[in-house]
Design a protein. Structure first.
Lengths: 427, 250
């Protein structure tokens, strides 16, 4: 294949890459015939003639993209433009922790042990899109937080596409290792700067060691021609706490494959999401929590507001193995349809093999509450604003647990913008 | 100030109000009493503009202007306030932010600038003290997890902030203990002046010990069947509603 010359065939990763290529070649892109892809079709976007590697290095000015950063506060930044690292926009570190590049981690001897221990260890090697990424990914963020380190600044991982290429397919690959007692906050974002089609097939592996705390936020508010397949794999050791908040506010097709694997007792996993889309946008959340050990908790809460012809999918799978006694697994999925043409496909899947567990799930689909609308209008708040306030209230169980205040304010602003209102306060 | 003429209204084809006539002048306090199901809450909802009810006949005037075609928010902007029997919970929106939004929307509708932040804060402080509300209360999500008493106190706080021309208190005394009742009534009395009016809707006479009405009307089966002064409320407390029914039949 033509890609071979671009990737490093001499490294020890060669075999990993080769196997991945073989797996992808055998399976190809997923189709609607597969149960896991029943509601999401990639056919239309795959008609584009994507280039897999950008032909040249593209640059952008900070002022053009400032608004995509948490610019009010100091952060570490790992920034990519069309899949290539931008040292100009980034702010990496090796001082007490590693926030740097996957490409150097994969090639420099000092990272070899970490790479051998973790790279591609939790990612699903049977999954065709993950294999595609494993085969061809060149770049991404490498984050390694040493024992007991509390990282004071959030880490931002941002992938920009310039659209200079006609149609671009990017394969970001992130590896995040958070050692014992360490604590880190990560914000990930993908954004296209013009209307040329982009397909991002991202793979992220997160390893949370004993008592580690990881708060991960994904902001998906991309342009109408951007497509994102996010494959995130999280392995948790005992007493670790990991939360992932996914904010899906825009893009053409967005698919979030979020997988949690428990490898110790008293683990806490949180999966939350807000989806607000319209037009013909499509967002698919496919979650898996694999309870394999006793005394662990998982909390899922996904809120969706669909307008226009938008379609949403929530497929939440909770798997409780025989050994996982005293599991407490909770799943909540609430949906509001604002138009007759919007569609939601919601499918909770609970597979429980242990006998002493607490598992619950709830799913609702509805419209806005009339009596609440009347209440707000009675106080002088016009219909449109009242509607927006109600929708904001509907998402508040998710926004409430955002731990970075500036991010919370930013998300509230994006929500207000999506709902087409300007409130007299930051929601 | 508020004039209701021959008001008929129905919900899902069931006629609930069957010809209400009522006139409330500035400076007056009126009370509407009546048994359950008489149409008391329907009347307050209709004055405030709830679109779930259909006005089939009659008119509602506010300061001479016919308002029965106006949206609820337009009526609010003109000075109608309804204290809800069951205030709605709005998670994620604080008491302060909610009232700020309400005030500024009203000002906007009346062609005024937004209220400056320091003025707003001063007003919030003043009015929350009037209702003996804790500072912490103001940053809580609107009505979420509030006790019955806190909800009603918050309603009167919003009324105090919005300074309506006519305030309709729908069963404001339900769910209130005696201390909360006193605080709420005290708030209403302090806000009462010669240029506004209050309409108290209640099942029991209790609240009327604190908010003394100039006129008491008895609503039964969709009609006002008897009117009188404050002593009528005491009589109803004593004798119930049956004697009025019998009086009607005679």
């Amino acid at each position: 294949m033509a890609f071979e010359e671009k990737i490093d065939t001499t490294s020890e990763l060669h075999e990993v890459r080769n196997n991945a290529i073989k797996n992808f070649e055998a399976k190809g892109f997923p189709t609607k015939k597969e149960e896991a892809w029943k509601y999401t079709s990639l056919n239309a976007i795959l008609k584009n003639d994507f280039s897999v590697f950008p032909k040249k290095e593209n640059t952008i000015e900070f002022k053009e993209v400032k608004k995509f950063f948490l610019h009010e506060i100091d952060t570490y930044k790992v920034v990519f433009i069309d899949g290539i690292f931008s040292s100009f926009l980034s702010s990496t570190t090796h001082d007490g922790l590693d926030v740097c590049l996957m490409s150097s981690a994969l090639t420099k001897p000092k990272y070899k042990m970490v790479i051998d221990t973790y790279f591609n260890q939790i990612a699903n090697t049977e999954d065709s899109l993950t294999s595609l990424n494993t085969a061809f990914s060149l770049e991404g963020a490498y984050i390694n937080i040493p024992k007991s380190k509390v990282v004071e600044k959030p880490i931002e991982i941002i992938y920009f596409s310039t659209g200079v290429e006609n149609a671009l397919m990017v394969q970001p690959r992130n590896l995040i290792v958070v050692n014992e007692n360490a604590h880190v906050q990560i914000v990930e974002r993908h954004h296209s700067l013009n209307e040329n089609p982009v397909l991002t097939n991202s793979v992220t592996e997160v390893f949370a060691q004993k008592r580690a705390i990881v708060d991960y936020y994904k902001i998906q508010n991309d342009v109408q021609t951007a497509n994102l397949i996010d494959n995130t794999y999280i392995a948790q050791k005992q007493e670790s706490h990991v939360s992932v908040h996914t904010f899906s506010f825009g893009g053409n097709i967005t698919r979030n494959n979020l997988n949690f694997y428990h490898q110790g007792e008293r683990i806490d996993s949180t999966l939350k999401g807000i989806t607000i889309i319209a037009d013909k946008q499509h967002v698919d959340h496919y979650t898996l929590v694999q309870h394999a050990t006793p005394n662990c908790e998982s909390h899922q809460n996904y809120k969706t507001i669909l307008d226009g012809n938008a379609t949403g999918v929530f497929n939440g799978k909770i798997f409780v193995e025989k050994e996982a006694q005293k599991t407490d697994a909770f799943q909540q999925n609430n949906n509001i349809l604002l138009s007759d043409k919007a569609t939601i496909n919601a499918k909770p899947q609970l597979e429980i093999f242990a006998d002493d567990v607490k598992c619950s799930h709830g799913c609702t689909i509805g419209q806005l509450d009339d009596s609440a609308m009347f209440y707000m209008q009675q106080r002088g708040i016009p219909k449109k604003e009242a509607k927006a306030l109600l929708m904001y209230a509907f998402t508040s169980e998710v926004t409430a647990s955002i731990k970075i205040p500036e991010l919370k304010a930013k998300i509230a602003r994006i929500i207000a913008e999506k709902l087409g209102v300007k409130m007299g306060f930051d929601l | 100030m508020l004039q209701i003429k021959n008001l008929h209204a129905s919900v899902e084809d069931k006629e609930i109000l069957k010809g209400i006539n009522l006139e409330i002048k500035a400076g007056e306090v009126h009370a509407i009493m009546g048994p359950n199901g008489a149409g008391k809450s329907t009347l307050s909802s209709i004055i405030a503009g709830n679109e779930n009810y259909e006005v089939s006949e009659g008119e509602i005037f506010l300061d001479g202007e016919e308002i029965s075609e106006l949206a609820p928010e337009e009526r609010a902007h003109k000075g109608i306030f309804l204290s809800f029997q069951y205030p709605v919970e709005i998670p994620g929106v604080s008491v302060t932010n909610f009232i700020k939004t309400a005030i500024n929307e009203s000002r906007k509708a009346n062609g005024k600038e937004e209220m400056p932040a320091n003025e707003m804060l001063k007003l919030i402080r003043e009015k929350s003290e009037l209702l003996e509300m804790d500072r912490k209360f103001l940053s809580r999500s609107l009505n979420e997890g509030f006790s019955g008493g806190e909800k009603k106190r918050n309603e009167i706080f919003q009324m105090a902030m919005l300074e309506p021309k006519i305030a309709i208190l729908d069963e404001t005394d339900s769910g209130l203990d005696i201390d909360a009742l006193r605080i709420v009534a005290n708030g209403v009395n302090k806000l009462k002046n010669e240029s506004n009016a209050v309409l108290v809707i209640t099942h029991y006479q209790r609240l009327l010990d604190y908010i003394v009405p100039d006129f008491v009307h008895v609503l039964m089966d969709g009609k006002i069947v008897k009117s009188g002064d404050a002593s009528l409320a005491l009589e109803l407390e004593e004798r119930g509603y049956d004697w009025i029914k019998q009086e009607q039949e005679v």
